[in-house]
Design a protein around this ligand. Structure first.
Ligand code: CAA
Length: 248
């Protein structure tokens, strides 16, 4: 908690579409929100805009693919704001290409940013959560980790790996007041999805029974729900939010 008794929520990859919506929603729900970023210039603009809108959010730099970098960020946040009660592992990238053309770099970039980051961030906050007897770890995966998607062997592997992590850690810390859950969004109206070629994107949208892309605030609503005290019996779960695109 911070010095005013507010629970501290850290959102990684905060400056993206989903991250921004999560930061806003958690702030509106009364949390002390800290956004992690990597690109300082983008983050300054992002923070100025949010503050101008009345969101008193703080932002801290770290490369989530680097264990030491995350450790330094967590130490700084804990010294300057307070211990982290809620961690949203949201940072993620795509390097889409069919597997026959995928380079080692495209593979490693996605595994490092989307999956190894989950180790790097969670490892630095979990023992404090255990000591304090409360914590929420929320891993932002994808429908494409629950099923396959042409062009995303790297991304699907990382996103499926996140939920494997969720299931085991959830069991390990279930009796410590900590929940660990996965959220698997489908296609949401973010820059990441809008980067998919238009004809391919339209074809994907035609497979979503709700008939549209999801809204970032819809995913943020689910994050806030899982972060709440009353969600304490939900752990090790994988929550789909995909407009009916993948039902199983
Ligand atoms: N469906 C069926 N077949 C496909 C295909 C598709 N979507 N994409 C490619 N193929 C086939 C091609 O027809 C081709 O077949 P043949 O060799 O038999 O002719 C073969 O695969 C190889 O194609 P290419 O490697 O040349 O494919 P490409 O370069 O034209 O396109 C791609 C590949 C860039 C991956 C493109 O398919 C694409 O962008 N797909 C969408 C990927 C996607 O959904 N990404 C999600 C990004 S958003 C996100 O990730 C958020 C989230 O969590 C949901």
């Amino acid at each position: 908690m911070d010095k005013n008794g507010k629970r501290v929520a850290l959102v990684t990859g905060a400056t993206g579409g989903l991250g921004t919506a999560m930061c806003k929603k958690l702030y509106e729900e009364g949390y002390r929100v800290v956004g992690n970023y990597r690109n300082a210039a983008k983050a300054k603009e992002w923070l100025d805009k949010l503050r101008a809108e009345g969101y008193q959010i703080d932002a801290y730099e770290a490369d989530v693919t680097n264990y030491e970098s995350v450790g330094q960020m967590v130490k700084k946040i804990e010294e300057e704001i307070g211990p982290i009660d809620i961690l949203v592992n949201n940072a993620g990238i795509t390097r889409d290409t069919t597997f026959r053309k995928m380079t080692p770099e495209q593979w490693h970039d996605v595994i490092n940013t989307n999956l190894n980051s989950v180790f790097n961030c969670t490892r630095h906050v979990i023992n404090g959560m255990i000591e304090r007897g409360f914590g929420r770890i929320i891993n932002i995966s994808s429908v494409n980790g629950q099923r396959g998607q042409i062009g995303q062997a790297n991304y699907s592997a990382a996103k499926a790996g996140m939920h494997g992590f969720t299931k085991t850690l959830a069991m390990e810390v279930a009796n410590k007041g900590i929940t660990v859950n996965t959220i698997s969004p489908g296609y949401i109206g973010t820059d990441m999805v809008m980067a998919v070629r238009e004809d391919i994107r339209n074809q994907i949208i035609s497979q979503i029974p709700v008939g549209r892309l999801g809204g970032t605030e819809e995913v943020a609503h689910l994050v806030a729900f899982l972060a709440s005290e009353k969600a304490s019996f939900i752990t090790g779960a994988n929550m789909s939010i995909n407009g009916g695109q993948h039902v199983y």
